[in-house]
Design a protein around this ligand. Structure first.
Ligand SMILES: C[S@@+](CC[C@H](N)C(=O)[O-])C[C@H]1O[C@@H](n2cnc3c(N)ncnc32)[C@H](O)[C@@H]1O
Length: 252
């Protein structure tokens, strides 16, 4: 399985060689594969999906099992020691975390990070007003809110994630564009339409039928679309945390 260029581009200016790394929200382990190839001493691939953790183990193979641990856990409660990680990567993860979960995840990533730790957060900027895929994501979110009381996707501006992590002591290093426009393929569009359909199936029949019909209509009308931006923000914890504030949260 090839590592997407966005993942390698986000990590190419980071000091991976010899580092103990955490891929937060591992999916199929793209960053894990990239970090291992770049000489990481150890990579923890953490996901809350058992199937994803299994896929990472199969992908990495026996030769690399000594340097890799694919762990099923919630990022709000990571089973790793305090001050144990030199580099954290969260690629395309924040968008699946609603704001309340995102804050808890930021606190937990900070807990496991060593002083001087590097953090790379890659995600999708809010879509332009005229993007057709916005309507599909809005439908998916509305359906998930009705079914589960939480949105499926949140598109955080890069500046917002910078400020959130700054509240936990992370210092901004650099921002770069990974994709502009983002190619939302027919496969992506179909997957999001399917996610809306699957949430709709948990709703009363007449509502489910209308939401399903609308998701089918939108997917057919959109097909594929290139729009929006994917960014990479790199941050770092100070080496010496004996100075400055102990502030660990956001203001009210
Ligand atoms: C969209 S995938 C991104 C995968 C990968 N980083 C990449 O770019 O290929 C999001 C991953 O985050 C995981 N995830 C979402 N919320 C999580 C949480 N609260 N705790 C742990 N993993 C979570 C999902 O199960 C999935 O493995």
């Amino acid at each position: 399985m090839d590592v997407p260029r966005t993942v390698t581009a986000a990590l190419e200016d980071r000091p991976v060689e010899g580092a103990t790394c955490l891929e937060a929200g591992a999916g199929v382990g793209n960053a894990t594969a990239s970090l291992l190839a770049a000489g990481a001493a150890r990579v923890y691939a953490v996901t809350n999906d058992d199937g994803h953790a299994r896929t990472v183990r199969e992908r990495i193979g026996r030769d690399e099992l000594g340097r890799t641990a694919a762990v099923t856990a919630d990022l709000r409660d990571i089973p790793l020691s305090t001050d144990s990680i030199d580099l954290v990567t969260a690629h395309a993860v924040c968008n699946v975390l609603p704001p309340a979960a995102l804050s808890a995840v930021a606190a937990e990533l900070t807990r496991v990070a060593t002083p001087g730790c590097h953090l790379v957060v890659d995600d999708y900027a809010p879509l332009p007003d005229d993007a057709a895929v916005r309507d599909l994501f809005a439908l998916e979110n509305a359906t998930r809110e009705l079914a589960d009381g939480r949105p499926a996707l949140t598109f955080y501006p890069a500046a917002m994630l910078r400020r959130l992590f700054a509240g936990y002591g992370w210092e901004f290093d650099r921002e770069r564009t990974l994709l502009e426009p983002v190619p939302w393929t027919e496969g992506h569009v179909a997957a999001h339409a399917e996610a809306a359909r699957s949430a709709a199936a948990r709703l009363p029949d007449d509502l489910a039928a209308r939401l399903t019909a609308e998701s089918d209509r939108l997917a057919a009308a959109i097909g594929a679309e290139s729009t929006g931006r994917m960014y990479s923000v790199a941050m770092r914890l100070p080496e010496d945390t004996s100075f400055g504030s102990n502030f660990q949260g956001e203001t009210v």
